[in-house]
Design a protein around this ligand. Structure first.
Ligand SMILES: O=C(O)CCC(=O)C(=O)O
Length: 406
């Protein structure tokens, strides 16, 4: 019998990350194994003998204080893998730490961790609603990807194989009052829930802005360029998502969420059980990303690939059954997807000489100019293409050939 995610929050020790050491081109990202106990209390341990992805472990406080070595590591992680851990611990909680404060721009890792933990519980309440009630909030037929998607209502491949997860997407614009409010179950309409979601969105967005600011600098873009395409209070497809995957029978396992690159700019992800896997560059072996307590996983999406003409990487990932020992549990994850503002055209930012140079190399090699498409249309096309009855062929992103997408 599946356990709920409440059980994903309790004590147990995990020794340390086993860093995969046989991946080509990633040597500079390996050997970053934490020596401390970063296990999730109460959960069966992530198995020590399972290969894990060589994500760099970056530290929020060091990035905030512009530690040059940490900024270099961020750049490397974003160019070589497009995925990294971010250690959110240790920052003294803000003095005005109330859900009712308006904290745009507030970077507070501990408070973000706390919001994420509380949101895991709220997510459980949403998924515990009767199936027919949840179904009222599936807005696919109205051309929206916000709201609920039932178990098996998405596809994981071009053959139309059904997914094995349910998820609920909540629009940032709805919660911040930038756009119109969508119908939602009562538990999400409560003032307390909306305040929590608002806090989590603002804090996640602050992390995203920090990452964008540092990438902006490394790309040599005019100050504030990337941040100006991702203003918190501008209309965008930013959303919070809970993903819930029940355990699968051992002999009938398949992907819970199909392989993909993220559609948007920067993703902030919290999970407690294994299941997320990435396909490292130049490798055909999928490897688990081991969840670490006190950390989120950050990854770049296709918009960053397009803005940087492929200098930055959005990596393929998917969700499968958790590894041995964790595979009888229901898995839940919590995601903040940051996307460019709706009207932003996804194209190389040639104000950067690095990007201009890269584009000129690509043109000289015969690569066509990119398709002219707004962030809104790109995300809609990709998200709805993965629903049952959608156009799967149109759901692809920049992964189709890193050298072809422009
Ligand atoms: O559940 C996870 O760990 C990842 C979720 C994900 O990749 C997605 O929702 O796009």
């Amino acid at each position: 019998m599946a356990q709920t995610t409440a059980t994903q929050l309790g004590p147990r020790a995990i020794a340390h990350v086993k860093v995969t050491d046989d991946l080509p081109d990633l040597s500079s990202l390996s050997n970053d194994a934490p020596q401390e106990d970063l296990a999730f209390p109460g959960l069966p341990p992530f198995p020590d003998d399972t290969s894990t992805a060589p994500l760099l472990r970056l530290n929020l406080q060091r990035l905030v204080s512009h530690d040059p070595a940490e900024e270099d590591r961020l750049w490397r992680a974003c160019c070589e893998l497009g995925f990294f851990y971010l250690d959110l611990r240790d920052r003294a909680p803000s003095k005005r730490d109330s859900l009712h404060d308006d904290r745009e721009g507030d970077l507070n890792g501990e408070a973000l961790l706390q919001d994420a933990e509380t949101l895991f519980h709220l997510g459980e309440k949403v998924f515990a609603l009767p199936a027919e009630e949840k179904q009222n909030y599936d807005f696919k037929d109205q051309g929206s990807y916000f709201g609920y998607k039932g178990l098996g209502a998405g596809v994981v491949d071009s053959k139309g194989t059904r997914d094995r997860n349910e998820f609920y997407n909540i629009s940032k614009d709805d919660i911040l009052g930038v756009g119109s409010a969508l119908p939602a179950p009562e538990v999400l309409q409560m003032q307390e829930s909306r305040a929590l979601l608002k806090s989590y969105m603002q804090r996640s967005h602050a992390v995203v802005s920090l990452v964008l600011g540092q990438l902006n600098e490394k790309l040599g873009l005019p100050t504030g360029t990337l941040q100006s395409l991702h203003r918190l209070r501008a209309e965008s497809g930013d959303q919070v998502r809970w993903v819930r995957s029940p355990p699968q029978p051992m002999d009938k396992r398949q992907m819970s969420l199909g392989e993909h690159t993220d559609f948007g700019s920067v993703t902030v992800l919290f999970n407690r059980l294994g299941g997320l896997q990435i396909l490292p560059p130049n490798s055909s072996d999928w490897v688990y990303v081991k969840p670490l307590k006190g950390h989120c996983v950050v990854n770049l999406g296709d918009a960053m690939v397009k803005f940087s003409a492929g200098i930055l990487r959005s990596n393929m990932h998917r969700v499968v059954s958790p590894p041995r020992g964790q595979d009888e549990l229901t898995r839940m994850s919590l995601v903040y997807f940051a996307r460019p503002e709706d009207e932003v055209i996804l194209k190389a930012l040639e104000e950067s000489s690095q990007v201009r140079e890269k584009r000129s190399q690509q043109r000289s090699q015969g690569q066509q100019d990119e398709e002219v498409i707004s962030a809104k249309d790109w995300i809609l096309r990709r998200a709805l293409g993965r629903r049952v009855g959608g156009d799967y062929a149109k759901s692809g992103g920049t992964e189709g050939g890193r050298t072809k997408q422009f």
